[in-house]
Write a protein of this length. Structure first.
Length: 275
């Protein structure tokens, strides 16, 4: 039995009862603080990880660079970690397989895989993405962790693919194909309309994951229409970096420090970490 099977089983169970809230981490420190705050699992954000390494979001990291960050994050927390591996670091099924095996070895028990080839380019067809998903499942089996939770992200709404009135049907069609190929959860960033989500939840063979942030419905409202997973994407990273920017600007221009009010004290942060 794989040593991380209990964490994978736990992550799987967290999608079946209530709603799983995932504030996304961008490095080991943020992951540790997110877990300290009570998160039942930690998800990574590819955008945040990329920014922390001085890169833009959008599949600009190599597989090796992302896997190393997943390793550090998984080592920093005791809760399950699900890794955002973007498009799998290559278009071919074997590329996705290599990525899945690597992040399992790094300690992840879930993955988030996009059906996007990158910003401004067409999505993989459902059939192409299904082949990539089957490769992910087979890779998890080879790695000894068939319980790996595969969260399949479709960017139909995020990138505005096709005519607006056809997007829900496109997502539902993709959900059926992705479920057959072995996906466990359907992630639809860019969609927060509760009425549309209710229809999606009712028609999807997979539990639905949304991406939330300022202006979006509350977790309770998402839960009321059947959403099972709420991710915060890059929002927490943006907020943290915004504090750094505002506090620096204030200190340089006003010589004051009010932007730092409310911060955790040194001992609270330092105490999260062990040698």
């Amino acid at each position: 039995m794989h040593s991380n099977k209990p964490k994978a089983d736990l992550l799987r169970r967290l999608h079946t009862d209530g709603v799983l809230v995932l504030p996304n981490a961008w490095d080991a420190g943020s992951a540790a603080l997110i877990a300290r705050a009570g998160a039942k699992a930690v998800a990574t954000t590819s955008g945040g990880v990329s920014w922390a390494l001085g890169r833009p979001d959008g599949q600009s990291l190599s597989r090796e660079e992302m896997v190393e960050q997943v390793r550090l994050i998984a080592a920093a927390v005791d809760v399950p970690v699900t890794a955002d591996v973007e498009g799998g670091y290559g278009h071919a099924p074997e590329d996705v397989a290599a990525t899945v095996e690597a992040v399992i070895a790094a300690g992840a028990v879930g993955v988030n895989i996009e059906d996007s080839k990158g910003f401004g380019v067409p999505l993989f067809t459902p059939e192409e993405q299904a082949a990539r998903l089957r490769a992910a499942r087979e890779a998890a089996q080879r790695a000894g962790l068939p319980e790996l939770v595969v969260n399949i992200r479709t960017d139909v709404f995020l990138f505005g693919i096709g005519e607006p009135e056809g997007r829900l049907d496109d997502v539902l069609a993709r959900a059926a194909v992705y479920a057959e190929a072995g996906a466990d959860v359907l992630f639809v960033p860019g969609l927060v309309d509760l009425d549309v989500l209710k229809t999606l939840v009712e028609g999807s063979p997979l539990p639905v994951n949304v991406m939330a942030g300022p202006g979006a419905p509350t977790v309770a409202e998402f839960e009321s229409v059947g959403v099972r997973r709420v991710s915060l994407g890059t929002a927490v990273t943006q907020a943290a970096y915004s504090v750094a920017h505002r506090a620096t600007e204030e200190a340089l221009t006003k010589g004051t420090y009010t932007e730092l009010d409310g911060a955790l004290d040194f001992g609270a942060v330092n105490g999260v970490f062990t040698r």
